[in-house]
Design a protein around this ligand. Structure first.
Ligand code: 5GP
Length: 336
């Protein structure tokens, strides 16, 4: 006997258009959706074709067929094999290498480079992610994580939020360098020894860390948790490689991707700000944003296009206000 029908909610990690699907048993019954949509799956009795409707379209007569998770995964795997999986892997490896090289370059210039846990599994085939509704809690506010390519005002956005000191706070970083006379332990930094730092890295206590003039610096899960426990909203500027550890922690981060506008709009923005406009650099920023979205888009809760920093700030603030009022779809594992 088929299992008792139970509705599950999933977040789609791919776009789907039944019109372009050669395999769907009946195109008219298919339902299109886009990456990021929340879907209510009302029947999984067919192993290949689920029945679902999009969140917000509660009229269940709008329900339609969508590929099941296993069917879609299988199809993706096949597609990758046909297109040349090795080619893809090569690309990923190259991407990582390139990334490492860039950081080395940065190190020379700024003497600061980040290290990450290399446990990011880009090979995993993402189709649907089980989600559940999270109801905001007044004393446990979700940290806001700003992600995005450099030079598009991410730091400025963070600074603007942090002006409201009663509401927002930064996590206090750890360092292995010696404390300066004017500094307070636990206020400017958490000062720890180099060996302690190294064992904390191994114990995966940091969401990110780097080295600067022979000292370690890093942001720990504990420091973020301390802000959450104080009732404030922690604001973090992170590299996307930090997201995996943060997302699998208990901190329920809200990930905001700060994206550049089109080349023309970016050019106009730079001109307005009186900043030098080098088309090559602008194109690089746009390309970097595209790559980030492709590789880490499944982690994003919100995308903000920063064409005008005031407008972007108000949009961000509006979303943060909503987070404190409205229920949100989060990975089901967070609430298990
Ligand atoms: P200072 O020792 O002068 O306080 O800081 C030296 C450098 O360490 C600065 O460039 C600062 O940006 C960097 N730094 C401070 N905190 C952190 C952190 O949590 N992580 C990383 N990667 N670098 C940090």
């Amino acid at each position: 006997r088929p299992p008792i029908a139970q509705t599950i909610q999933v977040k789609a990690h791919f776009d789907y258009d039944p019109e372009e699907d050669l395999y769907i048993p009946c195109r008219e019954l298919g339902m299109s959706f886009q990456k990021g949509d929340i879907l209510h799956v009302i029947s999984q009795s067919d192993p290949n074709w689920w029945q679902a409707y999009r969140d917000g379209e509660e009229d269940q007569t709008l329900a339609g067929l969508i590929p099941s998770k296993t069917f879609q995964q299988h199809r993706e795997a096949m597609r990758q094999t046909v297109v040349g999986d090795s080619n893809n892997k090569e690309k990923t490896k190259k991407g990582k290498l390139l990334c490492a090289k860039k950081h080395q370059k940065k190190k020379k210039k700024k003497m600061l480079y980040p290290n990450y846990n290399e446990d990011f599994d880009s090979e995993e085939i993402l189709t649907y992610e089980d989600v559940a509704l999270y109801y905001p809690r007044a004393n446990r506010k979700r940290p806001i994580v700003l992600i995005g390519p450099p030079n598009i005002g991410r730091h400025e956005l963070r600074q603007k939020l942090m002006e409201d000191r009663d509401r927002f706070a930064a996590a206090i970083p750890h360092t292995s360098r010696t404390r300066r006379e004017t500094e307070l332990d636990g206020q400017d930094y958490h000062f720890i020894s180099r060996t302690q730092f190294e064992s904390d890295i191994l114990a995966r206590k940091f969401v990110e860390h780097g080295e600067y003039e022979k000292a370690y610096y890093g942001t720990s899960l504990m420091a973020i948790r301390a802000v959450v426990n104080s009732g404030k909203i922690c604001v973090l500027n992170l590299h996307p490689l930090s997201l995996k550890i943060l997302k699998s922690s208990d901190l329920k981060p809200f990930v905001v991707f700060v994206a550049p506008p089109s080349l023309e709009k970016l050019r106009q923005k730079k001109q307005r700000l009186g900043e030098p406009v080098k088309d090559e650099e602008l194109k690089e920023t746009i390309e970097k944003a595209r790559e980030m979205e492709e590789q880490y888009g499944h982690y994003f809760d919100l995308i903000i296009i920063n064409q005008d920093v005031d407008r972007a700030y108000h949009q961000l603030l509006h979303e943060i206000n909503m987070l404190e009022r409205e229920p949100q779809w989060v990975p089901a594992t967070w609430l298990a």
